[in-house]
Design a protein around this ligand. Sequence first.
Ligand SMILES: Cc1cc2nc3c(=O)[nH]c(=O)nc-3n(C[C@H](O)[C@H](O)[C@H](O)COP(=O)(O)O)c2cc1C
Length: 289
Amino acid sequence: MQIERDQDKCNYCMLCVRDCITGVWQDVEGVPTPGRPELCNLCSHCVAVCPVDAIIHKGLPDNGELAAVSRDMLDPDVYREVVKTRRSIREYKQKQVSVETVESIIDLARFSPTASNSQHVEYIVVTDPNILQTVSEHVFLFGENLYKWYNSGLGRALFRIFGNIGAVKKLSGYMNAMDYYIERHREGKDYILHNAPVLILVCAPSGETFGVDNCNIAASNIMNYSHALGLGTCCIGFLTVMLKYSRKLRKLLQLPNNRTVHASLVLGYPAYSHKYDVQRQLPRTTWLE
Ligand SMILES: Cc1cc2nc3c(=O)[nH]c(=O)nc-3n(C[C@H](O)[C@H](O)[C@H](O)COP(=O)(O)O)c2cc1C
């Protein structure tokens, strides 16, 4: 990795050394020195922090050209409003989201943090209505079949025995309402992808220790930024879970065998808006002081 210090510009402030977590930049007798370039994880911090543009990093895209930070644009009240007023949207207008808009949302998500700056988060964007409908039907059918089994003698017995386990309890809740869901599904309601025009699968190479974290941080940014753009999203946990087990779904969504989806999001223009924000429990926080 070619990382250099322009000694004519350098003011020896050592911020590059202080901000380099991997140890590329070291203080060698008062001179900031890129002594271990092989340790660089391309986080760009050294270039971003240098107040006098003295760092030349040839390993970064565009030779490390970065945009200046404008702190004036950071408004905590606006940010709070975005986070507090984002809702899971389960009814969408029949209006397409442009490719440019989806691209701009994913483009922002790539600035989300990833462990060791791995940047291994990938996206599959589905807008084909046939694929969306097939995915939805497949997941719902699984629920219907589970419901049939739940109503069988063995299903009932097992649900009774394991009923106190969190996930089984939650599933029982859905099963108890399944008659209603099936009826409304017959009338055309899409309980899985909510008839959204876009599905975004956020995935990482399988087996990556922080794949779940990296994908879900990116997913959060997608949800918040989409909301700020006037779009709505909904996280589809049912699909994320099913993609772990259903070969048919993985094939339909062209998900490679060595990739795992950790977040599934639908996206579109909300059919209606919420007048108020929502109530949430107070945080259960333990302070060790
Ligand atoms: C990991 C995760 C999985 C979810 N799965 C689904 C889902 O499969 N279908 C759905 O309609 N909503 C799903 N949701 C949305 C939640 O139900 C929703 O976030 C919650 O009720 C709070 O509402 P809000 O998002 O409007 O604040 C999921 C949310 C998360 C974070």
